[in-house]
Design a protein around this ligand. Structure first.
Ligand SMILES: Nc1ncnc2c1ncn2[C@@H]1O[C@H](COP(=O)(O)OP(=O)(O)OP(=O)(O)O)[C@@H](O)[C@H]1O
Length: 397
């Protein structure tokens, strides 16, 4: 039996179905992240678990006991919110002590516990500072210590880092993970930031429109997204509507080109699919103008898919440089190359794109979704989609 079980939970607000028949199991000591776009129901799930909302249907079990209708103040949960929500007229130590005072512990014990907790979150020397004397990151550390003070069985974190700047976000998420592992704490963490979710979690529940799309370890979610939504939401990717040909032996038609993909014995010939290729699995090789037609496909065609194209955008991202390349068939590819390989490639440059069959993830793709994709882009459905929020900004026009 799982430590925390959500069984067929549903919650509506008027006509809005915030959560729909959600079933989820969280193990003791597990760090589970609810990931999804704004409005997909993440906060509502957390509030249902905390007892701030009542479910319309379904059950919540903690450690084998049903807590579905138990009031919030009688659930052993700690919560940290997006906004720091500290008491402004209390010092860091007094904030942490708040829950302990309610429990009528002795002042000596409370003081010792606060010292331990502030040390745990790296604020041993800030015990007597008021919230306005602390940075956003430090305030969130105090909020974390305060939530941990009452020794909750489950810690609920609702976008705790989203108000902080990028560098602090990364440091603090590592701290949260360290503390969670040190204490063996069970955590449900809410975020819409896929990179954060991949970095911090044991497992990720990807949500869309109140429903669970996929549940799995970060690597599994990234490498084997099971739905078109997950493939688009988690990680950058090239996504190309295509059609299977000789599915069982792994061929796929993309416009004029026949690509090699992993065999798809479950799918039939002629099925509409979405090809998903991660940017780091494609390589680019510079071509001289004349090479475009002289690419020797005969040797490497067995191992690699080869396409010619032209670099449209180059975006320096630090560790990698991201390229947008338009293949000669019109498809757009996103390609990430590490520093040295990227140096000589600039917009306007003709290139050879190469990626092995194993780099292609093949997802069933309904006709309606294909039409919607074509409609959104204003192009034929064979043109690759790069999600707008991850569209790189041009380094050179
Ligand atoms: N108290 C409420 N009254 C009415 N509608 C609500 C209420 N709380 C949530 N909703 C609606 O339920 C849906 C899910 O909201 P929820 O806050 O759970 O999403 P979310 O994934 O956490 O979004 P965000 O990341 O923007 O916080 C949304 O359509 C929201 O407008």
């Amino acid at each position: 039996m799982a430590f925390l079980e959500l069984q067929e939970l549903s919650k509506s607000f008027g006509r809005t179905r915030a959560v729909e028949r959600l079933s989820l199991e969280v193990e003791q000591g597990e760090f589970l992240t609810l990931l999804g776009p704004s409005g997909c129901g993440k906060t509502t799930i957390l509030r249902l678990v905390a007892g701030f909302e009542q479910a319309d249907a379904g059950r919540i079990l903690l450690d084998g006991e049903e807590i579905t209708t138990r009031p919030a103040n009688r659930r052993p949960m700690g919560m940290v919110f997006q906004s720091y929500a500290l008491f402004p007229h209390m010092t860091a130590e007094q904030n942490v002590a708040f829950g302990l005072r309610l429990r009528r512990l002795s002042p000596t014990l409370i003081h010792r516990r606060c010292e331990e907790l502030l040390a745990l979150v790296g604020l041993a020397d800030r015990a007597h500072n008021y919230p306005h004397q602390l940075s956003g990151g430090q305030q969130q550390r105090v909020a974390l210590a305060r939530a941990l003070a009452v020794e909750p069985k489950v810690l609920l974190l609702d976008e705790p880092l989203s108000a902080l700047d990028a560098a602090v976000r990364v440091t603090l998420r590592e701290e949260i993970r360290r503390i969670q592992q040190q204490l063996g704490m069970t955590v449900i963490y809410v975020t819409h930031d896929q990179e954060e979710a991949l970095a911090i979690s044991d497992r990720i529940a990807v949500m869309a429109r109140g429903r669970l799309e996929q549940l799995g370890a970060p690597e599994e979610i990234y490498r084997r997204p099971r739905t078109v939504f997950v493939a688009g939401f988690v990680g950058a990717s090239t996504r190309l509507p295509a059609r299977l040909e000789r599915a069982a032996d792994g061929h796929c038609r993309l416009g004029e080109i026949l690509l090699r993909v992993p065999p798809q014995p479950e799918l039939s010939d002629g099925a509409a699919v979405l090809l998903v290729v991660r940017p780091e699995l494609v390589t680019l090789q510079q071509l001289e103008e004349a090479d475009g037609v002289a690419v020797d496909r005969s040797q490497s065609q067995e191992q690699e898919n080869l396409l010619t194209g032209i670099v449209e955008l180059r975006t320096f991202l630090g560790a990698v440089t991201r390229f947008r390349v338009r293949a000669d068939g019109g498809q757009l590819f996103t390609v990430d190359l590490p520093g040295l390989q990227a140096r000589t490639l600039v917009p306007g440059q003709r290139v050879l794109l190469a990626f092995p069959p194993e780099a292609c993830l093949v997802l069933p793709y309904g006709e309606s979704e294909a039409e919607a994709a074509a409609g959104r882009s204003g192009r034929a459905a064979v043109v690759g989609q790069v999600s707008p929020e991850r569209e790189p900004q041009p380094e050179h026009a």
